[in-house]
Design a protein around this ligand. Structure first.
Ligand SMILES: [Fe+2]
Length: 161
């Protein structure tokens, strides 16, 4: 496998990751129906996630590849994380925040690796497009990080102390 083929394969993983994450975020937006700030931030990130998938697809195609419909092992990983928060409970919002925080950091790690790989094969334009995506993931991760203490507090308050 050449370096460019590796880059295409890894971009395909990122594409599958974005698709898996969109499904998770849809569910978490519904769970956040009582918290307008969280809900609208998640909905904004759903839009960003769809755009990111299209940017990644464009990167794959500009390298002469095509995106595969198959979900990657990374999608399976998100399936495991999602399994944590499938039942409605007092701490659903907290579990969702933990899963989303983990997912955003997995994305951050993935895009950092992809940016490096794109630079190594001389694809500076692709590296720049992936850097824009990285910034969006970092913004979402920061939002979630700020929300974690309140999510813990609310879960404990609902439990009655
Ligand atoms: Fe993303």
């Amino acid at each position: 496998m050449s370096s460019r083929e590796h880059l295409i394969a890894w971009l395909n993983d990122a594409y599958a990751m974005e698709q898996a994450l969109e499904e998770t975020l849809q569910r978490h937006a519904k769970d956040a129906k009582d918290d307008q700030e969280v809900r609208s931030r998640i909905e904004r990130h759903i839009e960003e996630t769809r755009e990111q998938a299209e940017v990644v697809r464009g990167c794959v195609e500009s390298l002469g590849g095509s995106v595969s419909g198959a979900k990657s092992a990374l999608a399976g990983l998100f399936g495991t994380v999602q399994g944590m928060a499938n039942r409605p409970a007092q701490d659903t919002m907290l579990k969702n925040a933990l899963a989303d925080y983990a997912a955003e950091h997995f994305e951050i790690a993935s895009y950092r690796a992809l940016i490096q790989a794109a630079k190594e094969v001389g694809e500076e334009k692709i590296a720049a497009r992936l850097t824009d995506i990285l910034r969006q993931e970092e913004d979402m991760a920061r939002f979630l990080e700020e929300k974690l203490p309140g999510a813990v507090h609310s879960a404990l308050a609902k439990a009655g102390g």
